[in-house]
Design a protein around this ligand. Sequence first.
Ligand SMILES: [Zn+2]
Length: 466
Amino acid sequence: MSFANVTTIRRLNSEEMDRFAAVRATAYRIAPEIADALYSLRPMYAEGLNTWAVDAKGRVYISFEGWAGTWTVNQRAFVLIHEVWHWLRRHPQRTKAVYTEHPEWVGQVWMKATDMEINDDIARIPDADLPEGCVYPQTDGLPEELVAEEYARLLTEKQEEEASEDGDQDGEGSPSDGDQDGNGGSGADGQGQGQPGNGSGESGHDHGAGSLGPCADVPDSAQDQADSLDGGISEGLRDHIEKAVAREIKNRAEKSIGRMTGSMRDWAMERLAPPKVDWRRKMRVSVHGQIIAVKGHARDSYSQPNRRHQDSSFIIPGRRATDPNVIVGIDKSGSMLGGDLEIAVSEATGVLRSRGVKKIRVMDIDVMVGTVSTQRGRKLGALDNVGGGTDMRVAYKAIYEMNPRQRPTNFILLTDGYTPWPDEADRVPGVQYLVGIICGEAVYEKLAEPVPAWITPVHIPRGDDE
Ligand SMILES: [Zn+2]
């Protein structure tokens, strides 16, 4: 299913809202543990969608037509629970990451895999009633309670095995092929583009290998339309909602109320654990957001040249201007533990590569406070021992003073956070700044607090911060 035939995205009219409210109330009776999420999602009506879908900002795109028009209220309630879990498990965000790392999963493999991650839990609900055609791990003879990435790997292996065993079959085995090549390489904004091929080919497959769950990948164009109606749920609020649901699941599991499956409990424990487990994803999301911002800014700059920065290389027509080019700055001060730093550097560059960033430069910053201050004619050697004493402002200055051709679109600093921060005057408009602060849980907030608003902080826990 896809957004290929969606004509309009709009708010629900009052009749549709009533119908949706009835579905939601039914879903609540079936799965009260997800109430906080259920009642937070923002319903949008997608004309021509004929199925339901959800995006990263918690907008649930619904339709009462086509296939979705055949569902009973009870089935819609199960589909809504299914969408809530796509959102809670952050499938829309993971889709973006996965599609750059694993182009071979684009489309059906990944959509199936995410449905499998959810549907084995939903199937355990007594009288589970998802519409016919939904996929479960057992649909493909796979074990339950795995995550989507594992299912996708297994599904691909299985496909390859089958392809090598009998190469003929129905010739439909990898529906993404035909379409993906058409737009995958163009540098277009990514996500969801692999889908239209499925939309046209799916009608003949209600069962077996060709069947898809009740979901569509939400393309950026649809999300843009939705943005103009409802900005959706912010990351901060989402984290809050996720934690509330996670606590509810944990409580129910402890008191043996309801049927919390192992993978639901795992999900809850992960959400309730300190952010340690999550920083890679957070960094991924931040970096991705920054890269999107770079692209947006490049477009803005092209249409509205910035008087203050009228160097010719800043405004390059065409796609080239949108290619992110990243400098990763590394705090080499004595206070930085080698192991943690190494991990952070390799994680950061890995995240960037997985986002398709090809231009990555690394900048070592080992100017001690003493050295910098000496240039101002003062000796501050003693300060070297205060929290390791590095002045990362030199890095921001260096970026500012760079030849515009050398300047990055994104500057990511990895530091222990014990540094003074630059003034607004050292900010280069158009450059996206992110800082990964490698420190213990207890001090992160204090260290992140003085970071200027134009630099996005991400907490990177120390390896020994168990
Ligand atoms: Zn789904």
